[in-house]
Design a protein around this ligand. Structure first.
Ligand code: ADP
Ligand code: MG
Length: 229
């Protein structure tokens, strides 16, 4: 009997892990598909636009990385090392990736980032974190709304804010954020924020939600600032 319970636990763990991998692969795939759909619809699309292709290839590299990461189950996250990351660079690349996704639902992403915002984090995990938070903000927004992303230095910290004017959340809904598989979306997995909270904790950061049902949500993420080289 005991072995049966153990086996059931193991299967449950594998199922959870599989769902988490699928979720993380889905984000970059959504972005690449978004680009391709826009191109398909745009008769003036310029095939020689190398920059767009670079963005898509970067996303596919992330998929490859995540996949190989999970294939090496003996050493999970083994080679995701913290590095000096310029918040401005990463925010620009993440928002340009997500802007086509936002355009599909007639939303816009505004970005306002101060110079000299450097933190210690793994770039792939930082991108994963921002992608999930910004994607949630876009998904909560009605057509025609904007999502605003800001980053600034506040004393010893870098504060990143993602602000939407979308559906907002009640107190009870806020309490459930980060719970695996909690999702109010028809096609949601409810794994994005679990992953985000893990990444923030791993690098000693903080994440706060401020939300009002029917009015929108502000997510604040704080990491210790490091000095420029
Ligand atoms: P998923 O996006 O797959 O549903 P997440 O873990 O990313 O999973 O989010 C869980 C739930 O939290 C969402 O389904 C949504 O109900 C709620 N949520 C997250 N971010 C926001 C936001 N900015 N505005 C409103 N609701 C949000
Ligand atoms: Mg999500």
């Amino acid at each position: 009997y005991y072995e049966q319970v153990q086996q059931a636990e193991r299967l449950k763990m594998i199922a959870n892990l599989t769902a988490a991998v699928a979720h993380e692969i889905r984000n970059p795939v959504t972005v690449v598909r978004g680009f391709l759909q826009l191109y398909q619809q745009d008769p003036a699309f310029d095939v020689s636009d190398k920059n767009k292709f670079k963005l898509m290839i970067d996303e596919l590299n992330t998929v490859e990385h995540i996949t190989s990461q999970f294939l090496t189950l003996s050493k999970p996250n083994g080679d995701l090392k913290p590095e000096r990351v310029d918040v401005k660079d990463v925010l620009h690349s993440v928002t340009s990736l997500l802007s086509s996704y936002a355009m599909l639902s007639d939303n816009h992403i505004d970005i306002d980032v101060e110079e000299d915002c450097t933190i210690l984090i793994n770039t792939i995990e930082f991108k994963q974190l921002l992608m999930n938070l910004i994607k949630n903000a876009v998904e909560a927004s009605e057509a025609g709304m904007s999502v605003s992303v800001t980053a600034r230095r506040s004393r010893h910290y870098i504060e990143i804010r993602i602000i939407d004017q979308g559906s907002g959340m009640s107190e009870d809904e806020l309490k459930l954020l980060g719970t695996p598989f909690y999702s109010l979306k028809s096609n949601g997995t409810g794994l994005g924020l679990m992953i985000c909270f893990n990444i923030v904790e791993k690098y000693g950061g903080e994440i706060h939600y401020h939300s009002l049902k029917g009015h929108g949500t502000t997510v604040t993420v704080r990491f210790l600032a490091v000095n420029e080289k």
